[in-house]
Ligand binder design. Structure first.
Ligand SMILES: *[C@@H]1O[C@H](CO)[C@@H](O)[C@H](O)[C@H]1NC(C)=O
Ligand SMILES: *[C@@H]1O[C@H](CO)[C@@H](O)[C@H](O)[C@H]1NC(C)=O
Ligand SMILES: *[C@@H]1O[C@H](CO)[C@@H](O)[C@H](O)[C@H]1NC(C)=O
Ligand SMILES: *[C@@H]1O[C@H](CO)[C@@H](O)[C@H](O)[C@H]1NC(C)=O
Ligand SMILES: *[C@@H]1O[C@H](CO)[C@@H](O)[C@H](O)[C@H]1NC(C)=O
Ligand SMILES: *[C@@H]1O[C@H](CO)[C@@H](O)[C@H](O)[C@H]1NC(C)=O
Length: 814
């Protein structure tokens, strides 16, 4: 892993400096409050034996089906339960086509297949569908009626509508009966095009100033003619990234762009014949809170408002250099994008020296009508009824200068969300009316390792409500769709599609947990004492989204005291774990903070007391502290009363070579739902990281899913190697006392990084490197072992990186 690009900035030419963002984001959550590992009972899955690449989805809510395009297959799935397949149609590539494709040097079994890439509605029963067809794209009509999917067999030319290469990103959109597509139009994938296939087909000029090695991401339509005072036209917006032409740099820099065209554009008469007269583009700005090159747009979602002026684009960005593990979401208002295009200055090329061209702001007069503008009332008054009437001056200007000088700034001036760890891949956004009557934009964001994060930005504060693992085997989420009306999110990947409810309020089991979740879909219903989704006519419910204020919650039931017999010489485990990744757990002994003695070990599942003795008797209280804007929420999770006795209840393993047995304080259901850890030996649930399970083993406590990682931020490279070990050795053993490791035993408990006991930490996470503590996340001091994927190690004060690595090596040798 490359070191952070700090020294590198010296190499940058001056115009680049402003691209390097140094935003300081005060307090931000980048750790999801809760992590829900894979649980198939909450999800519905669809996959079919032998079929891969479930990459294209079309929601047909009125027909109650999700149309799903995969490799050589199209399905109609029940929107309520995608496991239920209503119809399927298979569209295989012919043997000749496959041979021909392989002959041209493509991989026969991978690339020379028919990947369904385009799926658009035409009318109530008919859709337009295109596939790559072994590097020879074709399109067809397909109908779904009477529970039957039928391809019409029209075999229309698919060039320019659908990519040749199934691995290439593309985007397309149906507006009325016109198909807009952004893809590559040739076999080699070297000629990009933004095309409207219609009566009068219009496309982009093949010039690098228009599109320069682009990666197309997203397209959508805004009905800007509606309520337009100046008779404006509807627009189609396109999001993509491309090699920048406007910066001097030792290598080509990639930038994110938004471009747009006018719906009624028919091209020019002499200049720009059958080419867009309205293609303009601008840079998208989304600054990461670390010095970095401009991040790359990966996906966009348009959150539509019935007043199109209030619609907002939400975009996911990831860094372009591999050294950073940050991802961000920025929102761009349609109005801001429009303003840049309608009123901003253009960039213009100037020749410096002989062959070198620099792009600078154009400060001269603009031709009339304004280049790139749609035909509006002002143009009509000049006698120009459509783009064919536009004067050459206007057209030549825009042909040579499609780039705006100004970048489009995000809605709030900075990202709505920044996360560190597995890269974010896809986004959908739901607008949810909460109990306070306000609308909140809830973001569902897919990750590269098969999770969906649910996040909200509360008045500038980033908050990840939860993350849910939707694929058992980590894999990137490549498609994400939302059905707001049905309340489901659909996530596609190469191996299948998963349906997840937008909320699962019942998973929050106490009022404070429900309120601290700050989930706009959920509130604590007082009459039924349940965390429930906001239905109609909820009489008395508690919700505090912005503040996370739990003061309206009823007093929790006092936690039952669990009596534990203390047997001198035994090891004792007191289960207790917080329900939230953002909470910190503290132990009190007889009302005083438990000292960090060599015999106390705090791990995610509770407290371990080694070699108990008489003076250890007392009242142990496990408390969690969780901060929200509305204040600190303290809560007692468990109380144990240790009293001396003669015979312990445990005693297992006493026969083994005289090592200390471990007693487990096991509480049963009477302990109440607020002591997750105390319902001992349950499977690894979301709130029970490191499910307690102990046994004795040669003087060590084995089976505790506790890894000792001693790492510092400076040692990122070494950490990668180390994590590899952690992944393969989920049962790392803790040897905190005795022998040569005496010195380690003296370090305070909070200095042990610990690995969470869920699938993601057991080596199934795709391509992970270590997460780091969140920037400015003051809720996460000390041990930080939770969240999606790899453990987030906090920096360890006393121990050097090499020390730690050596120690781990020791462990894996056991
Ligand atoms: C969903 O559909 C599958 C397949 O038809 C069926 O086995 C399952 O029971 C359904 N689930 C629900 C909740 O209806
Ligand atoms: C839908 O469009 C298809 C293809 O254009 C056409 O054949 C069919 O008649 C149309 N159906 C309806 C109900 O309009
Ligand atoms: C299709 O899925 C297979 C199996 O997961 C994967 O190896 C391949 O890369 C996928 N192809 C594309 C174009 O994503
Ligand atoms: C346990 O503690 C006793 C004294 O309290 C001590 O004598 C004994 O050596 C300890 N055992 C271990 C394994 O540390
Ligand atoms: C909550 O606990 C923290 C740390 O134990 C303490 O500093 C704070 O005063 C407590 N707050 C309340 C309201 O009890
Ligand atoms: C839990 O405790 C209750 C009452 O103390 C007892 O009746 C029950 O058998 C216990 N259950 C288990 C599984 O230990």
């Amino acid at each position: 892993m490359a070191p952070p690009l700090r020294g590198g900035s010296i190499l940058l030419a001056p115009p680049l400096f402003f691209l390097l963002s140094l935003g300081a984001l005060g307090s931000q959550y980048c750790v999801p409050r809760k992590t829900f590992p894979y649980q198939d009972e909450d999800l519905r899955l669809f996959r079919e034996e032998g079929v891969w690449n479930y990459s294209t989805m079309l929601l047909r809510e009125e027909q109650g089906v999700l149309m799903l395009g995969a490799r050589e297959a199209i399905y109609a799935l029940d929107l309520h339960n995608i496991s239920s397949k209503k119809a399927a149609v298979y569209w295989k590539v012919t043997r000749e086509k496959q041979k021909e494709c392989a002959y041209k040097g493509k991989q026969s079994e991978v690339e020379c297949r028919n990947y369904i890439q385009t799926l658009h509605p035409v009318n109530q029963t008919t859709m337009y569908v295109c596939g790559t067809n072994a590097f020879s794209p074709v399109c067809d009509y397909m109908s779904y009626s009477d529970g039957q999917l039928l391809l019409h067999g029209r075999q229309e030319e698919g060039k320019g509508k659908c990519p040749f290469d199934p691995f290439q990103r593309y985007s397309s959109l149906m507006v009325g009966s016109d198909l807009y597509s952004a893809t590559f139009i040739n076999f080699l994938g070297s000629e990009p095009v933004v095309l409207r296939s219609s009566q009068t087909a219009v496309r982009t000029e093949f010039k690098s100033s228009w599109l320069n090695e682009p990666t197309f991401v997203y397209m959508d339509h805004i009905p800007e003619s509606v309520d337009s005072a100046d008779g404006d036209d509807d627009k189609v917006y396109l999001f993509f990234s491309e090699k920048a032409m406007e910066y001097d740099f030792y290598s080509k820099l990639t930038v994110s762009r938004v471009a747009r065209v006018c719906k009624e554009d028919m091209g020019g008469q002499r200049t720009l014949q059958r080419k867009w007269t309205s293609f303009v583009k601008a840079r998208l700005d989304c600054s990461l809170p670390e010095p970095s090159l401009p991040p790359i747009v990966q996906d966009v979602f348009l959150l539509k408002d019935h007043n199109w002026r209030r619609s907002v684009f939400y975009a996911v960005f990831t860094p372009q250099s591999g050294s950073s593990r940050l991802s961000a979401v920025c929102a761009f208002s349609v109005t801001a994008v429009r303003e840049v295009f309608n009123e901003g200055k253009f960039k213009t090329p100037v020749a410096v020296e002989t062959s070198h061209v620099k792009w600078v702001m154009h400060s001269g007069e603009l031709p009339v009508p304004r280049p790139g503008a749609c035909i509006n009332n002002a143009a009509r008054r000049l006698g120009m009824g459509n783009s064919l009437d536009l004067p050459d001056k206007t057209l030549q200007f825009i042909r040579d200068r499609p780039l705006m000088d100004e970048a489009v700034r995000p809605l709030t001036g900075r990202p709505l969300l920044v996360t560190r760890g597995p890269a974010l891949t896809r986004i959908v956004v739901d607008s949810v009316r909460a109990l306070d009557g306000k609308e909140y934009a809830v973001m569902f964001i897919g990750t590269e390792n098969g999770f969906i994060q649910k996040a909200v930005n509360y008045e500038g504060e980033m908050f990840v409500i939860e993350e849910t693992q939707v694929y058992e085997d980590p894999q990137p989420i490549t498609t994400l769709r939302l059905s707001s009306t049905k309340g489901h999110v659909y996530a596609g990947s190469t191996s299948g599609v998963v349906q997840m409810p937008v909320s699962n309020c019942g998973r929050q089991r106490s009022c404070s947990d429900c309120v601290l979740a700050r989930d706009p879909y959920c509130a604590w219903d007082l009459p039924t004492a349940r965390c429930a989704s906001l239905g109609s006519g909820r009489s008395a419910a508690v919700q505090s989204l912005v503040e996370g204020d739990t003061s309206k919650c009823p007093q929790p039931e006092p936690v039952p005291v669990i009596e534990v017999t203390l047997v001198p010489g035994n090891n004792l485990q007191l289960p207790c774990s917080a329900a939230s990744n953002l909470a910190q757990v503290h132990w009190l002994l007889s009302d005083r903070p438990l000292g960090a003695g060599p015999r106390y070990y705090q791990y995610p599942g509770g407290l371990l007391l080694l070699n108990a003795s008489g003076p250890d008797a007392g009242r142990y209280v496990c408390r969690s502290v969780e901060r929200a804007r509305g204040g600190t929420h303290n809560r007692t999770l468990a109380v144990y009363l240790l009293a001396p006795g003669l015979g312990g209840p445990g005693g297992a393993g006493k026969g083994q070579e005289g090592e200390a047995p471990v007693d487990k304080a096991v509480a049963n259901s009477t302990a109440g739902p607020d002591i997750p850890g105390a319902t001992a030996a349950k499977g690894p649930g979301p709130a029970e990281p490191g499910g307690p399970e102990t046994q004795t083993d040669g003087g060590r406590v084995a089976g505790l899913r506790v890894a000792v990682g001693v790492l510092a931020l400076l040692c990122l490279a070494l950490t990668a190697a180390l994590l590899w070990k952690v992944k393969r050795e989920p049962l790392l053993r803790l040897l905190p006392w005795g022998g040569p490791r005496e010195s380690k035993a003296k370090t305070p408990v909070t200095e042990y990084a610990q690995v969470q006991n869920h699938a993601a930490s057991e080596g199934k996470t795709a391509g992970e490197a270590p997460g780091s503590p969140c920037l400015g996340n003051n809720h996460h001091s000390g041990v930080d072992f939770k969240g999606n994927g790899p453990p987030h190690f906090t920096s360890m004060r006393d121990i050097s990186c090499l020390d730690g690595l050596g120690y781990i090596n020791d462990e894996s040798e056991i």
